[in-house]
Design a binder for this molecule. Structure first.
Ligand code: C2E
Ligand code: MG
Ligand code: MG
Ligand code: MG
Length: 289
């Protein structure tokens, strides 16, 4: 009767309340709240030209400080991907880049920031459209915002190729991130319209520890050269690695040898300071080289 129906409705209600409370208390609920409160920060890791050590740009890396601890992006990005939150993070990172470095990019037209996108960002033009709207009227050139996509991002290969092509047509260079860690690299590389490969840190780590002949890095660089693509080596920690990569033909690199990821302010200072040992216009005050 009525009592049974009342209990049933009450039960459902209690269930929903408990479920939503659980969600709020769960780590994904906390991540969602952090995104809503815009508590995801961004750090910038300088990317340098190996020949000159000049800083050419930075990779934007998302940061989440949760209850006083830094959660690794490897954990919260995966969490965000699983719970449908990643597109909000991609947007938030872009918003921060524009807010924190917009003026700097306008006055440094040769400098760029690359943004990591996830598989879902490559299934439609949604992020590209958002990017276009956000850049409109800022004076930032499209080539100053670059896109890093991992091979994991090519789950729907046909859609990804189209979206990547659309980014490039809009003037945003596209990089394959963590190159070599995916599984079908070679087969799709020929058909994939990209501008550069980022050599995964795992191929840089082995340099100097194994016989040079067993290093895969020069082969990836050779492949990139054959295809007319630029190369950025990631995770460079030692001078020997930088020298070996440079001799093998890599033009660009990032890693703790040059700089860890920095706050926006520290990144701007890093660019203004110029390569180590250089005398910048700022420090001489003459404006002459
Ligand atoms: P990734 O895109 O390959 O980024 C490079 C990672 O290597 C960063 O780790 C960086 O801090 C680290 N790294 C750079 N140089 C060195 C070095 O010399 N030694 C060592 N040991 N590590 C170095 P991080 O910041 O922990 O990011 C991990 C991954 O999380 C990134 O790998 C990227 O795949 C993902 N990620 C970070 N931010 C975002 C984001 O905004 N969106 C998306 N979709 N993914 C992101
Ligand atoms: Mg990356
Ligand atoms: Mg990478
Ligand atoms: Mg990596």
């Amino acid at each position: 009767g009525w009592l049974g129906a009342g209990l049933l409705i009450g039960g459902c209600f209690a269930f929903l309340v408990i479920r939503s409370a659980r969600y709020r208390l769960s780590i994904e609920g906390e991540l969602e709240a952090a995104i809503r409160r815009r508590e995801i920060a961004v750090q910038y890791q300088p990317i340098v030209e190996l020949a000159t050590r000049r800083c050419v740009g930075a990779e934007a890396l998302a940061r989440w400080h949760h209850r006083g601890t830094a959660i690794s992006p490897d954990i919260f990005i995966e969490l965000a991907e699983r719970h449908g939150l990643i597109q909000s993070i991609t947007d938030l990172v872009l918003d921060r880049v524009i807010a924190e470095l917009g003026g700097f990019l306008r006055s440094h037209p040769d400098c760029y920031v690359s943004i990591n996108v996830s598989a879902v960002d490559l299934t439609s033009r949604r992020f590209l459209d958002y990017l276009g709207q956000r850049l409109n009227g800022t004076g930032i050139e499209p080539a100053q915002i670059r896109i890093e996509a991992t091979e994991r991002g090519f789950v729907d290969a046909q859609a990804a190729v189209q979206v990547i092509q659309a980014f490039r047509e809009a003037g945003h260079p596209v990089y394959i991130d963590d190159f070599g860690t995916g599984y079908s690299s070679l087969s799709y590389l020929q058909t994939l319209p990209v501008d550069a490969l980022k050599i995964d840190k795992s191929f840089v780590d082995t340099i100097g520890y194994e016989a040079a002949s067993s290093s895969v890095a020069p082969h990836i660089i050779g492949l990139a050269q054959t295809l007319g693509l630029d190369v950025v080596a990631e995770g460079v920690e030692h001078e020997e690695q930088a020298a070996y990569l440079y001799e093998s033909g890599a033009r660009f690199a990032q890693g703790w040898l040059f700089s860890p990821a920095l706050s926006a302010e520290a990144f701007m200072r890093f660019v203004e300071a110029g390569p180590p040992g250089s005398v910048t216009a700022r420090s001489t005050g003459t404006g002459k080289p």
